[in-house]
Design a protein around this ligand. Structure first.
Ligand code: 13P
Ligand code: SF4
Length: 331
């Protein structure tokens, strides 16, 4: 049934996705592949998505890789299986494309921890400071930035700023503290964090490591400093993937969102990956509830009806674009 644009608008319910019935027995993966072709759409997916969505992706990667891809793709439509700031970034760097996000409520605790009005007041206290923002923030925050970074290139971005200059780093204080140690730069930090990476339990990781004495403990830099201090390797999602592939170890305790294990197991079927334990003893791993809002059903409906779409004013795109382009030019 083809709906009129008015009907589609009506059914875009308050939860941020199209609440429509899907015919029974529909093979959603096949339908999604068909719709991608029909609509000249490209599917970009982050490693934190469910495996079934990762399998459908035309491009699968970390935040930096997906931003690089979004800048270059020639398809009419980009459908993003990730969170809101990722789809927003794609729209900012490739504004003539239609950018779709299966559920507009797929936010990010880090992005939410940095409201633009408060952040503007914060940076105004340090006139002349370079404002380096982690890509996990809203378009409004990017528009207030000197340069954007991701966990893959943060060190390179910080080191591109002359040593005598003042740096404000936002919104992730854990990544910020890690970078201060790595680069020796004394940065002013915004007090934000990721609920998924702050959930890891230092005590339970130590106990688990004793049961797996040969396992390497690897962590994403959004984790707390106490956890990072005991890590054998710290890196972005793609960094962690490269590490497990290249390491001679065969067992790994992994402190990042559990979706990454799907690609790790695929690339290294003979190695063992154990999700790092979290403080809540009733859960086996840390999952990002925002990332997991994307489902096959929502992907299908989003492609079929080309909604929900990311919409940004030209003025905001113009302002937020420069700091992202600066980052992309650093490589
Ligand atoms: P990377 O993809 O840069 O590793 O970041 C992880 C993350 O938290 C994305 O939301
Ligand atoms: Fe945001 Fe953390 Fe989820 Fe990444 S894992 S999208 S930083 S809440």
């Amino acid at each position: 049934m083809q709906l009129t644009p008015e009907q589609v608008k009506e059914r875009l319910d308050k939860r941020g996705f199209l609440a429509l019935e899907i015919p029974e027995n529909l093979d959603l993966s096949t339908e999604i592949k068909r719709l991608k072709k029909k609509k000249n759409a490209v599917l970009l997916a982050h490693y934190y998505q469910d495996g079934v969505i990762q399998e459908l992706a035309d491009y699968l990667g970390d935040s930096l890789y997906l931003a690089q891809v979004a800048e270059k793709v020639s398809n009419e439509t980009i459908i993003f299986a990730g969170v809101h700031f990722m789809a927003e970034t794609a729209k900012i760097i490739n504004p003539n494309k239609k950018v779709l996000l299966p559920d507009l409520k797929a936010g990010c605790s880090l992005a939410d921890s940095c409201p633009p009005i408060d952040f503007k007041k914060f940076i105004d206290q340090y006139p002349g400071a370079h404002v380096v923002t982690y890509i996990n923030c809203s378009a409004e925050i990017k528009a207030l930035s000197t340069i954007v970074c991701t966990s893959s290139n943060a060190r390179r971005v910080i080191e591109s700023i002359p040593e005598e200059e003042t740096i404000i780093f936002a919104p992730d204080k854990n990544l910020g503290n890690y970078l201060i140690k790595e680069t020796g730069r004394d940065m002013i930090l915004w007090d934000g964090s990721c609920i998924v990476h702050e959930a890891f339990s230092f005590e339970r990781i130590v106990t688990l490591s004793k049961s797996y004495p040969n396992a390497k403990f690897i962590a994403h830099p959004e984790s707390e400093s106490q956890v990072l201090e005991i890590a054998d390797y710290i890196g972005s999602t793609s960094g962690l993937l490269n590490y497990v592939q290249e390491s001679s170890a065969t067992e790994f305790i992994v402190a990042t969102e559990a979706g990454i294990l799907y690609e790790m197991e695929k690339r290294c079927p003979k190695k063992m990956f154990i999700p790092a334990p979290i403080q809540d003893e009733t859960c086996a791993c840390s999952e990002c509830a925002f990332m997991k809002l994307n489902t096959l059903e929502k992907l299908y409906l989003c492609l079929e009806h080309e909604k929900p779409e990311i919409k940004l004013s030209n003025k905001l795109i113009e302002k937020a674009r420069l700091p992202i382009i600066k980052m992309l030019e650093l490589g």
